[in-house]
Design a protein around this ligand. Structure first.
Ligand SMILES: Cc1cc2nc3c(=O)[nH]c(=O)nc-3n(C[C@H](O)[C@H](O)[C@H](O)COP(=O)(O)O)c2cc1C
Length: 327
């Protein structure tokens, strides 16, 4: 039988299928269920920067308020989980005693200030790694790209300074120079997770309202992470993981062929239940057996595009080829 073992950020995993940070990964029982269904690792539900800062304020620690957090308290109140930090730390300590797979803590942040203490406490509580979901939608006309990019570096460095466990950055594709930024960021962390999935918006023509839509991804959403993983694998200095659009074993196989070390799965597990991890693992094993791959390392990165001297020229060529085929 094909062996699914791999490594992610130096952590040995029995399978490349990681359960992504979400409501499926909040407490000990959730994580036990992931382990039972065959997950290689779990990323805990994120603690949000706003939650950490609100808790510090409520304890009278400093006045961490600024232009970045004017709505922080309101947001946390609406989010309704004031004790998220204690819960996350308690879950990590329980997992250290009762779970055999790596459990990675997650911080959802937009600045590099105020929450490093949580990273330290998460490491002490037994987190195998820290995932930093940096969420800075580049939507302010007042803010230039360089200042936004700088935050990603500041965030990565500030955490690497205070913890010894591996750190990953979960990023969005919204950089004007994505390839270069990813290569530079890859010197700061052990893993890059491609890509954050944003809220999708639409316009309701009956109610004349902007509405959120597509809370869950579908398999076509794999295209962008796949393309960028293939382009970046072999060029970056850290591991890559794919998130967004991995719904089955075939999707996972594609991500690994493109050069990912692991995949992070969420929507498919909400849709089909945590047991779907088994079906995904079976699909991956079936792919490996069809091609006589005994181990993940036999095919991981085989379709990475690092041999391309000029990926941009290649992309233009594909674009022209497709258009010529249609006209
Ligand atoms: C209900 C829900 C909650 C999520 N919560 C978080 C979160 O707290 N932190 C985070 O980094 N990502 C969060 N995500 C994003 C997922 O971790 C994942 O990266 C994303 O959904 C793309 O993977 P998928 O296509 O398999 O859904 C959430 C996604 C969903 C659907």
């Amino acid at each position: 039988m094909a062996n699914l073992a791999t490594t992610w950020m130096g952590l040995p995993l029995r399978s490349p299928l990681i359960v992504a940070s979400s409501g499926l990964t909040r407490g000990l029982e959730d994580i036990r269920a992931c382990e039972k269904a065959g997950a290689g690792a779990v990323v805990l539900k994120s603690v949000f920067e706003e939650q950490i800062l609100a808790e510090l304020r409520s304890m009278g620690v400093g006045s961490i308020e600024g232009p970045e957090h004017p709505e922080g308290d309101d947001y946390v109140a609406r989010y309704g989980r004031r004790h998220a930090i204690d819960e996350a730390l308690e879950t990590l300590s329980q997992c250290r005693r009762e779970v055999g797979i790596p459990v990675i803590a997650s911080i959802h942040c937009a600045t590099a200030e105020g929450w490093q203490e949580f990273a330290v406490r998460a490491a002490e509580a037994g987190a195998a790694g820290i995932e930093l979901n940096v969420f800075i939608p580049p939507m302010s006309p007042e803010r230039d790209g360089a200042s936004i990019e700088q935050v990603y570096f500041d965030v990565a460095r500030s955490v690497r300074q205070v913890v010894g466990i591996p750190v990953s950055l979960k990023i969005a594709p919204y950089f004007s120079g994505l390839a270069r930024t990813a290569v530079l960021l890859s010197r700061e962390v052990q893993g890059l997770v491609l890509f954050n999935r944003f809220v999708h918006l639409d316009i309701d023509l009956d109610r004349l309202e902007v509405v959120t839509t597509r809370a869950f991804s579908d398999p076509r959403d794999l295209e962008a992470p796949l393309r960028w993983t293939a382009l970046l694998a072999g060029r970056v200095h850290c591991d890559l993981a794919v998130t967004t659009g991995v719904h089955d074993g075939e999707g996972a196989a594609k991500a690994l062929l493109a050069g990912a070390s692991a995949v992070q799965v969420c929507s498919a597990l909400y849709r089909h239940g945590i047991e779907h991890l088994r079906t995904m693992a079976d699909g991956l094993v079936a792919f490996m057996e069809r091609h006589r791959f005994a181990r993940v390392s036999d095919f991981r990165g085989r379709l990475a595009q690092s041999h391309l001297e000029s990926p941009a020229v290649w992309e233009r060529a594909q674009f022209m080829k497709v258009q010529a085929g249609i006209e």
